[in-house]
Design a protein. Structure first.
Length: 239
């Protein structure tokens, strides 16, 4: 008998019919699953809503800062008391504020950076200092980033200068005065001037017109045609 009672107690109770279920549960089960919206909540803003003003702070953050500002003096005294009592976290906090960590400065010389080629030389110098142990890797990385930024700016300035120089009209070259020429340059200039003068004179001289043959007088016989000479044959018997 006890076994039957225990067996009956483990049976599951039948589920109530759908009509006996709460109305809200029936509505949730009957509705299909909603697809996630493509637009986040609150976006896009309805017409006439300008949204948060640029630079506006969160209300919760402003409230926390206001409360901390009112009790800042009490908090500082409490942290100091905990540090004096030997609290390691408070001691570390006070130590970081009293003696902040500063990066070690290492004096070294770099070449003057005026062009992009100078930046390349400076980068080689920084690499040599890091390899020699005279400069920390973190400091060298920060300096390399600064030099890389300067290299980009110098390259842009040089490119703009080249474009401006190419677009500028070229001025005609002026010949150097004779007093500044050497003897060899003066002799070469005289030869070039003489050749130019001769070429100009030949170009200006008119070519002679061809003379027509005189016509024979009327009643006279025309002149015989020119006699064509026969080539002489070589006699093999003659020496």
């Amino acid at each position: 008998m006890p076994m039957d009672v225990q067996h009956n107690s483990q049976r599951q109770e039948p589920e109530p019919p759908p009509s006996a279920r709460p109305r809200d549960l029936r509505r949730i089960e009957s509705e299909p699953a909603r697809k996630p919206s493509r637009n986040p909540r609150g976006r896009p803003f309805p017409p006439g809503n300008p949204g948060r003003v640029p630079g506006a702070r969160n209300e919760a953050t402003a409230l926390v800062e206001c409360i901390l500002a009112e009790r800042s003096e009490d908090l500082v005294h409490r942290v100091v008391d905990l540090a004096l009592a030997g609290n390691p976290t408070a001691l570390r906090f006070c130590g970081d504020r009293i003696v902040p960590r500063r990066s070690r400065t290492a004096p070294f010389e770099l070449p003057e950076v005026a062009t992009s080629d100078d930046v390349v030389a400076a980068m080689k110098r920084v690499s040599a200092l890091i390899a020699g142990g005279n400069l920390e890797a973190a400091q060298g990385l920060a300096l390399a980033k600064a030099l890389d930024r300067q290299y980009t700016l110098l390259r842009a300035a040089e490119r703009a200068e080249r474009v401006e120089r190419a677009a500028r009209p070229k001025e005609p070259s002026r010949p150097a005065p004779l007093a500044d020429l050497s003897d060899a340059e003066l002799a070469a200039a005289l030869r070039s001037a003489r050749r130019a003068a001769d070429a100009a004179a030949e170009a200006s001289t008119p070519e002679p017109e061809p003379v027509a043959a005189a016509a024979p007088p009327p009643g006279s016989e025309p002149p015989p045609p020119p006699r064509r000479e026969q080539p002489r044959r070589h006699d093999p018997r003659q020496p």
